[in-house]
Design a protein around this ligand. Structure first.
Ligand code: IMP
Length: 404
């Protein structure tokens, strides 16, 4: 089997964790290549719920777990997550030596920067993600390998002090981090190549969603790194030829956490209803997610950008319980319709969505086989997106997934 990536096609929270858990059985390892503990990938087995922020979601399948150089690692979160898993999970984990670390000071700085933005904050997760990536670009960030090297913590402390952030505790934090990370530090890129050379395959777990990509998303309301499949070779340190195919994940509607334009956003009672039926609250921060109709303009862009050759559609059950289904097929601005996301990208906040209600979604119960309206939805999406739907997820529990 060849390598495969699972990428989010919207503003994150598409259900990537569940899809990765579902597919992981067919792969030798699961690798994260970007983001950090801003992610919240949830896997529900029976009545127990596991939310992974840093560990790849293949952890519950006993797979080899890889955290690539493109990820920023918060050792405190990693330790907490490992403590919830059986002891052998740690033995299966390699964290790339080149990963930048997220310090408590980075989290504080994240909060300070949000305050500085005043009335227009990004609405970050305050997990220190932006500061950690920024420090890496400034070549100030400590990396995992620095825990055994000669890293100049005095100079980093001086940097935080200049920003009026108290550096106290930085050295103790580094000592704790060393205890956790030195044994499991390695070369993730080399390991992926090794697996490939032995005829094995790796599942790449994307984080956040395409529309939160630093370069290609709804800038400046984005995260601080790249969320698309194109980042896999860089974020892992592997040749592009090993990036494999990509499977895009989208909800049957759209959600967004934090600020920024959201053309299909719904407000009021209906939004409240979708939020409550779909349990749309952030897995990392608990914040209520903004909700909206399916945006095909954005989705077509995301499918193309990732070169997604197959799709997983999640939360189809929610819309049947809500009783309405609308789809945005174009954006209207100054009297003309645009269906090209890139053309609208700089004024997403000023467009009016043009909606279609293709058909009502009444029959979406999966208890007696694949429901009639589910088939209509799949056909419609395949036709619009010119991409095969491989998986349909109709509930949060692991078993509530159909492979077509
Ligand atoms: P940051 O990544 O914490 O800097 O946050 C930047 C933006 O990305 C904010 O709008 C966050 O709400 C959003 N974001 C970051 N991670 C996730 C995620 O895993 N799901 C959904 N939104 C996210």
């Amino acid at each position: 089997m060849t390598n495969l990536s699972v990428v989010g096609l919207q503003w994150g929270d598409e259900g990537k964790g569940k899809v990765v858990d579902y597919l992981a059985g067919g792969f030798d390892a699961v690798a994260r290549y970007s983001g950090g503990s801003n992610a919240g990938h949830t896997v529900v087995i029976g009545t127990s719920k596991h939310t992974f922020h840093l560990l790849p979601s293949g952890a519950l399948k006993g797979k080899e777990l890889l955290i690539g150089a493109g990820v920023v690692v918060d050792p405190v979160t990693l330790k907490e997550e490992l403590a919830l898993l059986p002891d052998d999970a740690r033995g299966h984990l390699t964290v790339d030596a080149r990963c930048s670390l997220v310090s408590p000071q980075d989290k504080e700085l994240d909060g300070v920067l949000e305050e500085m933005r005043g009335a227009t904050p990004i609405g970050t997760t305050k997990r220190g993600i932006g500061p950690s990536y920024a420090l890496r670009a400034l070549r100030l960030s400590p990396r995992v390998s620095d825990l055994v090297g000669e890293f100049n913590f005095a100079s980093l402390s001086g940097f935080y002090q200049r920003l009026s952030i108290d550096p106290a505790g930085l050295v103790a934090w580094a000592d704790e981090s060393r205890k956790l990370l030195v044994e499991i530090m390695g070369d993730v890129g080399k390991r992926v190549v090794e697996i490939d050379e032995k005829g094995g395959s790796v599942l790449f777990e994307g984080s956040q969603g395409t529309l939160l990509d630093l370069l290609h998303g709804s800038y400046p309301y984005v995260t601080s790194t790249h969320t698309t499949a194109s980042y896999i070779p860089v974020g892992l340190g592997i040749p592009p030829s090993l990036a494999g195919k990509s499977l895009g994940v989208a909800k049957a509607y759209t959600t967004r956490v934090g600020s920024g334009p959201f053309p299909t956003e719904i407000k009021g009672d209906l939004a409240e209803r979708i939020r409550s039926v779909g349990n749309e609250y952030g897995a990392t921060t608990g914040r209520p997610r903004r909700v909206g109709w399916l945006d095909l303009v954005a989705l077509k862009y995301a499918v193309k950008l990732n070169g997604a050759s197959e799709l997983a559609v999640s939360k189809v059950d929610v819309l049947s319980r809500v009783g309405e289904f609308r789809v945005c097929v174009a954006y209207r601005r100054d009297g003309s319709d645009v269906s090209d996301f890139q053309r609208a990208q700089n004024h997403l906040g000023q467009v009016e969505p043009v909606y279609e209600s293709p058909f009502p979604l009444h029959d979406l119960s999966f208890t007696h086989g694949f429901p009639r309206d589910g088939k209509k939805l799949v056909d419609y999406l395949e036709d619009q997106l010119k991409t095969r739907v491989r998986l349909v997820s109709y509930g949060e529990e692991r078993s509530m997934t159909v492979e077509l």
